[in-house]
Design a protein around this ligand. Sequence first.
Ligand SMILES: NC(=O)c1ccc[n+]([C@@H]2O[C@H](COP(=O)([O-])OP(=O)(O)OC[C@H]3O[C@@H](n4cnc5c(N)ncnc54)[C@H](OP(=O)(O)O)[C@@H]3O)[C@@H](O)[C@H]2O)c1
Length: 337
Amino acid sequence: MQHRQIGPFKVSAIGLGCMNLSHAYGAPVSAEQGERVLLAALDAGVTLFDTAALYGFGNNEELLGRVLKPYRQTITLASKGGMAGVQFADGLKRVIDGRPEALRRNCEDSLRRLQTDVIDLYYLHRWDKSVPIEDSVGAMADLVQAGKVRTLGLSEVSANTLRRAHAVHPIAALQTEYSLWTRNPEIAVLAACRQLGTAFVAFSPVARGFLCDARLDLAGLDAKDIRRSMPRFESANYQANLGLLPAYLGLAQELGCSPAQLALAWLLHQGPEIIPIPGTTRQDHLIDDLGASRVKLGPAELERLNGLINQQTVHGARYGAQAAGEVDTETFQIAGL
Ligand SMILES: NC(=O)c1ccc[n+]([C@@H]2O[C@H](COP(=O)([O-])OP(=O)(O)OC[C@H]3O[C@@H](n4cnc5c(N)ncnc54)[C@H](OP(=O)(O)O)[C@@H]3O)[C@@H](O)[C@H]2O)c1
């Protein structure tokens, strides 16, 4: 396993996105399966584990706390606050709240569920636009001072917001969607990260399963699968996007790697500060993903990939209107991307 750097932490070049074990793409896996995937990741040399207060409304952090506790000193544990479940009369609901008191509460809850005294990397999951970023990051800097978290991160923010936050406290990592079919960070965020020494953690790096072997059965998606609300997975767009796959799958075959490995290898070749965190519920997919660190791409292959799948060839925006309104990233001024 190759390694990369997040602030003071040397981490596996590919981390594990743990959301999928409890949330997002269908029903949560069983506790036993969640444990098997986490232990397989440890066994394979993964040292970066990514969770959030939001995932499974705390269940994902509880799973990681229980399974990873014996290995706590050997891993980099990343979690997120500022977007969490809040109990209302009609049930638990997702709320974005970046006020200092909310972040302090989120952090205490995460520490308890993760069964740890300190979180290595603590992200603001979404910038709450009703709260100045300086106030949210200031409260998170107080958590560093208090020894509750070691370093800070931001998720889904623009280059400008990153710079404002970094002026308050060093930002060790910025986490945003980045893959062949989501290029928004190339507009300004990657350059800002390089300039500031901020690691870039690429989420949804295999395009939420699209750049993998299995063709998704859209009609068969779970009612709660978040891809149902994503324009790229709407029927007409999805059919058009499928047209990108034959050449992509052909290139993977030519290079002797799997499609998921090709997507991850492309990311690893974009710069040493980039750390992809694929998510999976299966050990075989996990091992497949980790094999990407052995795939070497030359300039000609990178050029072919870049020409094949990019912001101009993909159909549909990455988020629907509600989710798009909640993020703070630069967007391409073409075709709603
Ligand atoms: N900060 C944020 O706002 C944010 C948002 C989204 C995600 N994230 C983080 O990023 C992580 C990864 O993102 P993601 O899960 O959205 O997208 P992803 O990693 O691009 O895709 C996950 C999907 O790909 C499938 N998959 C993964 N590897 C595969 C392989 N080798 N072969 C076949 N299928 C494969 C998985 O299915 P199987 O389960 O069947 O393998 C799953 O459906 C999350 O776990 C989370 O930690 C953060």
